[in-house]
Design a protein around this ligand. Structure first.
Ligand code: UDP
Length: 375
């Protein structure tokens, strides 16, 4: 199969590209940086185009024309960015992605569109606690693709612009499907985690996801900060499990994924952020910490306004209902929480520096800044 992977050099895309190449597909990756794909550059099946897709007339149509399937991974997907630059988040996640969808529709090419579990927003329990018989019942937070309501916060909480942009894009794809049978498949990832998830340090737009903040505090010293006490819950999904499901979606046996939305996540790996901090610190202390390294960090509470600025509001809890992925893809996630964290943390402790051939994480951070300025 000839696969066009837009945004294919990021965290998910780099793992997916590796799998596609292993299975002898040819892959064209378009991304504005390539350092998460370094080991694969030179592979005969891979074409890497360093390109910012926001430029005009850069050749999208020809690439779509030449492909069998298009995968769209282009996104700003870190919550800190939704608060810091909401308009850019909207433009990239909606306006630019819409151009890709329109091109696929025009040329009748199948599109695998990455969306987000964030479209589900908040649980009913988050705002009507007292009215629910049992607000902690996981049923209130288990989200199904085709019948769960999508509940977002007020406009002033502009974190939700990301979820709104993704939701609108999903609605447009659905409408294309209704009007002319457009073949798309939407993936809603639930907190994928694994090697290469984020860079550890990035002071310019320095807003990675929680794992990287915690990992950075463990390796370099500092504090592990729990935003608003770290009470909110997430289901973490190891990237290998995720890639297995995504690969099956790309293959699309008998067209089972056409015009479908899939939750991809591990319902059994639910943890509060506070528990995540404690688990990571325990694993680090037992398996990775050595004499001479910075002391283990303390775990402290901070307010969301101090940490992210105004306009932040959080998803309180989100558990994927994966019945559809089980039935249509015969997929089951295998990695539990501890093995997921150990594998991911090991990469940052042992392989991260080697991978980039750099002496320290701070050197790597400088490298990353330069790449972003050039592109
Ligand atoms: N968070 C935290 N400390 C940090 C960074 C994030 O407590 O140093 C919290 C954040 O408020 C949220 C959760 O961790 O409740 C997960 O945030 P993340 O940025 O990883 O992405 P999300 O799961 O919200 O998309």
């Amino acid at each position: 199969m000839k696969v066009l992977s837009l945004g294919g050099a990021g965290f998910i895309g780099s793992h997916l590209t590796e799998r596609l190449l292993q299975k002898n597909h040819s892959v064209v990756v378009v991304d504005y940086y390539d350092d998460k794909l370094l080991e694969l550059l030179g592979h005969p099946g891979l074409t890497m185009l360093k390109q910012d897709i926001r430029e005009e007339n850069w050749g999208l149509e020809k690439l779509v024309e030449d492909s069998d399937v298009v995968i769209d991974l282009i996104a700003y997907a870190n919550p800190g960015l939704y608060v810091k630059m909401p308009l850019e988040v909207f433009d990239l996640n909606f306006t630019e992605n819409l151009k890709i969808a329109k091109t696929c529709r025009k040329l009748k090419k199948r599109l695998v569109q990455f969306s987000t579990c964030e479209v589900y927003g908040k649980t009913p329990a988050s705002f009507m606690n007292e009215n629910l018989m049992n607000p902690t019942d996981p049923a209130h937070a288990t989200f199904s693709e085709d019948n769960t309501n999508l509940i977002l916060g007020p406009i002033g909480k502009h974190r939700w612009i990301y979820a709104s942009a993704k939701q609108l894009l999903e609605r447009v794809l659905h409408a294309y499907g209704l009007e002319d049978g457009f073949k798309y498949c939407i993936i809603r990832p639930f907190n994928f985690i694994g090697p290469k998830i984020d860079y550890l340090l990035n002071e310019t737009d320095g807003i990675p996801r929680v794992f990287s903040y915690f990992m950075d505090a463990l390796i370099n010293g500092g504090q592990m900060k729990l935003v608003d006490g770290g009470h909110n819950l997430r289901c973490y999904t190891y990237i290998d499990d995720a890639i297995e499901a995504i690969y099956r979606i790309v293959q699309n046996p008998n067209g089972v994924c056409d015009q479908e939305i899939f939750n991809i996540g591990s319902p059994h790996n639910e943890t509060s952020i506070k528990n995540l901090a404690m688990l990571m610190r325990d694993i680090y202390a037992n398996d990775m910490w050595q004499e001479g390294m910075p002391d283990l960090p303390e775990i402290v509470a901070v307010s969301s306004e101090d940490f992210y600025g105004r306009g932040y509001e959080d998803s309180d809890r989100r558990i994927p209902d994966i019945t559809k992925a089980r039935n249509l893809l015969e997929w089951e996630p295998k990695w539990n929480m501890v093995s997921t964290l150990k594998a991911t943390m090991n990469y940052y402790v042992h392989d991260y520096r080697l991978h980039y051939g750099l002496n320290s994480l701070r050197d790597h951070f400088k490298h990353e800044t330069i790449v972003q300025k050039i592109s």
